[in-house]
Design a binder for this molecule. Sequence first.
Ligand SMILES: [Zn+2]
Length: 352
Amino acid sequence: MVRHQPYREIGMTRPDDLPALAEMSARIGADPLLIQGPGGNTSVKDGAVMWIKASGTNLADALTRDVFVPCDLPAMRLAMEKGEARADQPAEFALVQGGLRPSIETSLHAVFPQRVVVHVHCVNTLALAIRRDAGPALAERLGAFRWAMVPYAKPGANLAAQVQAVLTPGMDVIILRNHGLIVAAETVAEAEVLLGAVVTAVTAPALSLHAAAGLAAHADASYDALPDDHPLHTVARTPHLLQAALAGSLYPDHVVFCGVGANALSAQETPISAAARIVAQGLPQPAFLLVPGQGALIHKDANAGAIALVRCLGDVLVRLAEGAVVRPLTDAQNAELLNWDAEKYRQVLNAG
Ligand SMILES: [Zn+2]
């Protein structure tokens, strides 16, 4: 349990619409098609102060605990403008010391002129934004919006700078390639309406198959079959989706919580021997394993974040159009995610 210094004592008043932001955050945070585990974040600007979700907290908890922390908005914007390394250390701009740290994606919110910013890892957006032809695929669906897409970059100040570079007056929808969606508006209500409209525009039908009867025989002391209605079974049983899963990591939170890409059990391999093979390569222990044609297994010790991100992979891929080719992260992009202190911090918090 983390305790905050009461904001009243440091002379800071909360914006009138912070409760409305918390309500909206809890609503979207409870939808696994929008937010998984501690992913995603929301913010509201109040003059020189930006209130943003804290790192390692879940939007779903926004009504039951304090998830928002106040940040020094002009100082953060100045550090970004000057290209200072500390722009990537959002804790430096927290206005309450010793409490929760602002989200690692704080800079991403600071670049928007609009008061309210909502960033989600929408699975329907991802099913398009992971494709090699993401630009045209999204353009087909987002014609009614003022939008742009930015290339993949590790979450942080570099990604925020890329967003800033494409923002034009009135633009309020940004697609982060291989990452997610951002909407911005002047009020909480407008942001939620805009989010709903974009999600509707990108929503695709989802394939759904149950696990094959033979899957249970592949479970062992380390890995169990996922629940029967889990979307990753569909992926393991659908050749073009299995191929897409095995192509590599498709977005950053997958790497942080599940390890690099996805792995399939080869013939004669047990889950324990498959995991040992993967660990011997220097990779993290896989949170899940795909059994081609059968379904998917999950590690018995998977934490809440991993469980949420394993479901996310299934939810994204069952919405991938047949014939679409995915564009996975490079090895360098995987590695920089695994060596990242801020993410490790977030993982540790999430494991508690
Ligand atoms: Zn994100």
